[in-house]
Design a binder for this molecule. Structure first.
Ligand code: HEM
Length: 414
């Protein structure tokens, strides 16, 4: 069968499409409905092919050699040219192997007590608080601490300084990459340098101790079999903060929001939570949260050769944006309901890929799953959370879904 031509919105300058992209949260969903699961448009003068759905995404993930990673210019510069996110082929594979040692099952067992103690601290803070606590901010603090303290082994002063610079750095991630004095991008480049310097000092002083996991990186080799130098390693560590913090904080905040809004699901989940087997209701609940509010809305590739996705021809050299939200049609209204049972009773047939797939599948997936499980079990067993009335519980969607007013809660002991 010959492949179909690539459907297009017909945008010429991309100005109207760019405005719609920023103003209309259902931008891509509306165009997918009109044009199908693969279509092309123009954003900020950049031609972009949007794809969604199992068929197009699984076709893409099978292609290894005709694809490269791609990030907007601002992200590329802020992550750095050594970052594995900006590398391809053997360079990329070698760095994944090295950094992957931080997430082996032996490493995760080492981290568990430290993660549990962060969960205990939060449970205690919630129980002792006199007023409402913004749970989303606490989930951000937790996710940052897991990477900074548990994985990188930073002490409090280093961690706080790192956090302050990291916030400056993140603010410019999706901005215009013009380093004019005083712009957010120029400030972010300066913050990036401080972050790298600090990470390098930590790497040189901590890697021999067993605090955190940095000792696991020693002896890491590049694609030519030579030791990775510290300038290279620190860019990989910066990537971990970028990739692992907002995403995990978003899934945790959305998980607790969903349980608070659906007490019958919480009740159903609690019946299973104390079982000694790995609770499957919890897995289903987490998957349902990621179905309804994917922490990562999508990712990019560039095709170096012409390819076919879901039987649509994509000429070589396009930027492809993969949209990870689950597909639904107007006659499937049940899909708008939060119902984790759908993942256990066989009624949901789509494959969800919240962590991506293929050779660039999330490197921190096992750590993220461990963090979410320990936080969910630890808090739910100790405290009963109650929503503070009168708050806006809608989600802000960029960069990752988060309750707009911070998810204010009070807690009572169970
Ligand atoms: C719920 C939490 C998380 C979600 C949903 C998530 C999702 C994703 C997705 C979809 C990708 C693929 C991007 C692509 O294909 O280009 C990715 C890549 C990545 N993630 Fe995660 N992630 C999460 C947490 C983490 C954590 C905790 C870490 C590490 C501390 C991490 C580290 C990475 C890295 C290093 C990559 C780049 C892999 C590569 O380019 O080879 N992620 N993540």
């Amino acid at each position: 069968m010959t492949a179909a031509a690539l459907p297009s919105t017909g945008a010429v300058t991309g100005l109207g499409e760019t405005l719609a992209f920023f103003l209309d949260p259902s931008f891509s969903q509306r165009r997918f409905r009109e044009l199908g699961d693969v279509f092309e448009t123009k954003l900020l003068a950049q031609s972009i092919v949007f794809i969604r759905g199992e068929r197009a995404i699984s076709d893409l993930l099978k292609l290894e050699y005709s694809l490269q990673g791609w990030w907007p210019e601002s992200v590329q510069q802020l992550l750095g040219s050594r970052s594995l996110a900006n590398r391809n082929g053997a360079d990329h594979k070698a760095r994944r192997r090295v950094v992957g040692q931080l997430f082996s099952s032996a490493a995760l067992s080492r981290y568990s007590p430290s993660i549990e103690s962060l969960v205990n601290d939060l449970a205690q803070e919630l129980q002792e608080a006199n007023g409402p606590i913004p749970l989303a901010a606490r989930m951000r603090r937790f996710a940052f601490s897991v990477i900074a303290t548990t994985v990188l082994g930073l002490e409090a002063t280093n961690r706080d300084a790192l956090f302050a610079d990291f916030e400056i750095w993140t603010r410019a991630l999706f901005s215009v990459p013009l380093a004019l004095p005083g712009t957010p991008f120029a400030k972010a480049l300066a913050a990036r340098q401080r972050l790298l310097d600090r990470l390098k000092t930590v790497l040189q002083t901590n890697s021999s101790s067993e605090q955190g996991g940095l000792d696991l990186l020693s002896g890491g080799l590049d694609e030519a079999g030579l030791p990775l130098d510290d300038d290279d390693l620190v860019e990989q560590l910066l990537l971990l903060l970028f990739a692992g913090y907002e995403t995990t904080a978003s899934s945790l905040s959305c998980l607790f929001r969903a349980l608070l809004l659906n007490p019958e699901v919480e009740h159903w989940l609690m019946q299973d939570l104390n079982s000694s087997d790995r609770p499957s209701r919890l897995d289903a609940t987490i998957l349902e949260v990621m179905r309804m509010t994917p922490p990562v809305g999508g990712f990019f590739r560039r095709n170096t050769q012409s390819i076919e996705l879901a039987n649509v021809a994509i000429p070589k050299g396009k930027v492809i944006q993969v949209v990870l939200s689950a597909s639904s049609s107007p006659d499937q209204t049940d899909l708008e309901t939060f119902r984790p049972q759908r993942h256990l009773d066989g009624s949901f047939q789509q494959t969800l890929l919240p962590f991506g797939g293929g050779e660039r599948v999330c490197l921190g997936k096992a750590l993220a799953e461990l963090e979410i499980r320990l936080m969910a079990v630890g808090l739910l067993q100790r405290v009963q959370l109650h929503l503070e009335p009168g708050q806006d519980l809608n989600l802000q969607l960029i960069p990752s879904p988060m309750p707009r007013e911070g998810l204010l809660v009070r807690a009572t002991a169970r």
